[in-house]
Design a protein around this ligand. Structure first.
Ligand code: AMP
Ligand code: ZN
Ligand code: FE
Ligand code: FE
Length: 284
């Protein structure tokens, strides 16, 4: 049914499937155009492209997901067709990953003062030299029995308002849009309803945020996403139409081990989305 998934993670960040495992799953589930969008890393892209030779009718879209700070909350920015071969981009992404490593270390230390004793070496092992994230810490906590699922670790300890949370210096959404465009990528805002979770009137706020980001260069919005309801999708679709942004989407699959995880092939944007993205790409 769904042929396109524009949001997927691998072991190069906090996904639990290697590029080849992910690609096999996506292909088996009917997908034919997939974007690899690891956090602060494009290390899985060449590997994915090489492996996809096994499936001549499968297209791999190079992508990235960057976390940004926005008014005490977080906005994630996807960059499609980014020039992942550029050395200066790789230097920047390396720095981002170093800052993740530092932050993860301090989270593990902080957790100790709350009697959560997980081994830093184990977290490193789980992250397997990919971009370290809180899901790796969560997995170490599951292994030691502190929580049943990674999700529970976020709810009790690692979430933004929880005791184990530590922030790290991040770009603003505008800076991340600039960065993605500098390397020929198309900036698309990820899972936008998370940003306005606590707002009384989310859609109105969101419209303002999106129209401001469009001035900087934002080209699209994730509309067909993960567990969004029909109403959420409808409302986001209206917003993107009004602002003339491209409605994108995907499963944001991590193979996280959380119950009821949405799997690749069960959500995604229509084919016109990809046509529009490619039209922009070809105009560069
Ligand atoms: P980090 O990159 O360290 O800030 O961690 C963010 C990642 O953690 C996201 O990309 C998700 O994969 C995961 N995550 C965030 N919030 C939750 C949650 N409430 N439950 C499970 N996973 C989450
Ligand atoms: Zn993630
Ligand atoms: Fe995200
Ligand atoms: Fe993601």
């Amino acid at each position: 049914m769904y042929k396109i998934d524009l949001h997927l993670h691998t072991t190069h960040s906090d996904g639990n499937l290697s590029p080849s495992e992910l690609i096999d799953l996506c292909y088996t589930n009917g997908l034919r155009h997939i974007a690899i969008t690891d956090h602060d890393s494009t290390e899985g892209i060449q590997e994915s492209i090489n492996y996809s030779n096994k499936y001549p009718d499968l297209e791999i879209i190079p992508g990235i997901e960057l976390s940004t700070d926005f008014e005490g909350a977080e906005i994630h920015m996807l960059g499609f067709f980014i020039n992942y071969k550029d050395k200066s981009l790789q230097k920047i992404l390396n720095d981002f990953r170093d800052s993740r490593l530092n932050r993860a270390y301090f989270i593990v230390e902080k957790l100790k003062s709350f009697d959560i004793d997980i081994s830093w070496n184990r977290v490193l092992e789980i992250s397997n030299q990919g971009a370290v994230g809180r899901p790796h810490i969560a997995q170490a906590m599951v292994e030691k029995g502190y929580v049943k699922y990674p999700k529970e670790a976020f709810e009790k300890y690692l979430g933004r308002d929880q005791i184990g949370y530590i922030s790290r210096a991040k770009f603003t959404p505008e800076q991340s849009i600039d960065l993605i465009m500098k390397y020929d990528g198309i900036p698309v805002i990820a899972h936008p309803t998370y940003i306005v979770q606590k707002s009384d009137n989310p859609i109105k706020d969101l419209e303002k945020i999106l129209s401001n980001l469009k001035i900087t260069g934002l080209k699209g919005v994730e509309v067909y996403y993960n567990d969004y309801t029909k109403d959420q999708i409808k409302s986001l679709l209206n917003t993107t139409k009004k602002l003339d942004l491209i409605p994108c989407g995907g499963s944001d699959y991590h193979a996280s081990g959380n119950p009821n995880e949405i799997i690749p092939g069960t959500v995604g944007p229509p084919i016109e989305t990809l046509v529009k993205l490619k039209k922009i790409k070809n105009s560069f």
